[in-house]
Design a protein. Structure first.
Length: 79
């Protein structure tokens, strides 16, 4: 139990997407970056009008609900 609480406090203290000192990852930051990366990858392959939230999720392995947790719609990804 002690190891788990020290990890949580390290995540609270560090804050950035990936703490190199403690090895703790900020999952919301990681998820948003993965969604953005997949969107940019797909944008290089096809026009934006042919990219769906489902396509982005399948590309990066993140479900649609997680997309909508972070973004209201596709246009908010590019803001």
């Amino acid at each position: 139990m002690g190891a788990k609480s020290s990890r949580a406090s390290a995540a609270t203290l560090c804050g950035p997407a990936n703490c190199k000192i403690h090895g703790v990852m900020n999952l919301p930051g990681f998820t948003k970056q993965a969604l953005r990366n997949s969107f940019m990858k797909l944008l290089n392959e096809r026009p934006v009008s042919q990219i769906t939230v489902k396509d982005i999720g399948e590309d990066c392995g993140i479900n649609r609900n997680s997309f909508y947790y972070h973004y209201q719609a596709l246009p908010s990804l590019v803001e």
